[in-house]
Design a protein around this ligand. Structure first.
Ligand SMILES: *[C@@H]1O[C@H](CO)[C@@H](O)[C@H](O)[C@H]1NC(C)=O
Ligand SMILES: *[C@@H]1O[C@H](CO)[C@@H](O)[C@H](O)[C@H]1NC(C)=O
Ligand SMILES: *[C@@H]1O[C@H](CO)[C@@H](O)[C@H](O)[C@H]1NC(C)=O
Ligand SMILES: *[C@@H]1O[C@H](CO)[C@@H](O)[C@H](O)[C@H]1NC(C)=O
Ligand SMILES: *[C@@H]1O[C@H](CO)[C@@H](O)[C@H](O)[C@H]1NC(C)=O
Length: 447
């Protein structure tokens, strides 16, 4: 009961601006234009998010309650992906289990001719691209859907086309002229067609982009809006736009607090930071779309904590190692790594409150935190020191503050460390696939 009240407070602060007066906050929302190859990024749960007005995200507190458990499911899911065999090593447009998708960040995309503006969730651990199509049964009616009949450049892909065979569970029922797929995940399912149309992000137009056109969804695991996977597998956005963007992008993810579309997704080589700390990008042939890096240690304050090397080691065979993921909200570390970080954090933190727990967080203080150590993620060739904003979440009036990380879920294959979006916020994170590098630089993008 008390925990529920505290959680509620916490959520209210994470929403930052006037959640109680969402309408007033919304009236202050500004939508800067997308320009050149730079697309504005919005936090899906921030006060300006168009998704918040939809039934699905009706209440902020419900959303975050839900997110804590979804985060957990997503990490279990990513870990299971990491170990699945080469059978799944090609990445289809809409692999069934990728339905466990959390729309933390959205951008605007324009589909068709003339262009129809859609909201799409960003997910860098996913290769799929899909949009709800007009008449979709079970898609969120409050969000825009794509009306193919209004586009002069739309076409369905015929059965037997090469793209059709790259999709998991392609379906061409007897007599069908065009390719589609039916997928089920737990109690959720989707039915979609494989189609092509032009896709525009900011000022760039990608003609004949192949994506899934949602016709029917059931259950709760399907994101209500479109999805733009930024994974690097075949048929992914990066693969389909290779000539335009050279498989290079960067983003700056804003925090919950930002009202505006204040983050950016910068596509292609132009405008990328020249001087930026980088670490090698590793490839796991069993899971080509995940962005693996070599995390070699973690420093809390000035102390490098003791973590058995095996807990951090990259191993394509087991899927072990560390990935950079924008779709998980709070960083998850394999248990011995988390425990070492947490214990050192507890030793160094100064608070007038007592240690307590909150939801999935086990290191919270029910009084003001007057000092918190920085946490440095150490990678091959690059240290990323996280300031307090990337490490702590606070409730109203500072009545409770938590270390915003958790141990990886214990069950299944608990070998994957996930550097999540809370820890990436207000940094430019560069994904340079041709040169196999990931870069990090501090950049405030929470206006
Ligand atoms: C998907 O399932 C529905 C309902 O069972 C069926 O009508 C449809 O033909 C199937 N679509 C494909 C592409 O297999
Ligand atoms: C990761 O870093 C450790 C420590 O420097 C090194 O021993 C290991 O070979 C590296 N692994 C990869 C895959 O680069
Ligand atoms: C912390 O715990 C002590 C001992 O149980 C108690 O006296 C004190 O009031 C608690 N402080 C807060 C802020 O709850
Ligand atoms: C990262 O920090 C460690 C420990 O403080 C230090 O030994 C190492 O040289 C640093 N690496 C880089 C690339 O700065
Ligand atoms: C939103 O952006 C506008 C213009 O870019 C700026 O004037 C305004 O202060 C921003 N609002 C907030 C709350 O950041």
């Amino acid at each position: 009961m008390a925990a529920a009240v505290l959680l509620l407070n916490l959520l209210l602060v994470m929403a930052a601006a006037d959640v109680l007066d969402a309408a007033a906050a919304k009236s202050r929302c500004v939508t800067p234009p997308d320009e050149g190859s730079t697309v504005r990024v919005l936090h899906a749960f921030g006060p300006c998010s168009p998704l918040r007005s939809s039934g699905r995200f009706a209440s902020w507190e419900d959303t975050l309650m839900d997110l804590q458990s979804r985060d957990r499911s997503r990490v279990i899911f990513l870990a299971s992906l990491a170990t699945t065999s080469a059978r799944r090593s090609f990445v289809p447009l809409a692999p069934g289990r990728q339905l466990l998708q959390i729309p933390n960040y959205v951008v605007r995309a324009k589909v068709g001719s003339p262009p129809q503006t859609m909201l799409v969730a960003l997910d860098n651990s996913n290769d799929a691209a899909w949009f709800p199509c007009a008449g979709c049964v079970g898609c969120a009616s409050s969000l825009p859907s794509f009306t193919a009949s209004l586009s002069s450049t739309f076409r369905s892909l015929p059965c037997g086309s090469p793209q059709c065979s790259q999709v998991a569970n392609p379906a061409c029922p007897a007599g069908a002229a065009s390719c589609g797929f039916n997928l089920t995940f737990g109690s959720s399912s989707i039915q979609a067609g494989i189609v092509q149309d032009s896709l525009a992000l900011a000022s760039d137009v990608v003609p004949s982009y192949t994506f899934g056109c949602l016709q029917k969804v059931t259950g709760s695991s399907v994101p209500p809006q479109g999805l733009l996977g930024l994974g690097r597998g075949p048929l992914s956005f990066l693969s389909q736009t290779k000539d335009l963007y050279s498989s290079t992008f960067s983003y700056c993810l804003p925090s919950f607090k930002s009202l505006n579309f204040s983050g950016t997704l910068r596509l292609g080589l132009a405008g990328q930071p020249k001087r930026i700390k980088t670490t090698p990008l590793l490839s796991n042939p069993h899971r080509p779309s995940l962005y693996y890096v070599n995390m070699t240690g973690i420093r809390v304050g000035s102390r490098v904590v003791a973590i058995p090397p095996s807990v951090l080691a990259f191993d394509p065979a087991t899927g072990a190692g560390t990935i950079i993921d924008a779709g998980t909200m709070f960083t998850r570390l394999v248990a011995p790594a988390y425990t070492a970080v947490r214990d050192e954090f507890r030793r160094r933190v100064k608070s007038s409150g007592n240690l307590t727990t909150l939801g999935g967080f086990d290191t919270c203080y029910d009084g003001a935190v007057t000092f918190a150590p920085t946490i440095t993620l150490m990678f091959t060739g690059m240290n990323v020191t996280l300031p307090a904003d990337n490490v702590l979440i606070h409730s109203t009036a500072g009545s409770i503050t938590c270390l915003a990380m958790a141990a990886a879920p214990e069950n299944v294959n608990s070998v994957l460390n996930v550097v999540a979006n809370m820890q990436q916020q207000n940094h430019r994170v560069l994904f340079d696939v041709p040169n196999a590098k990931i870069g990090f630089a501090r950049e405030p993008c929470t206006a």
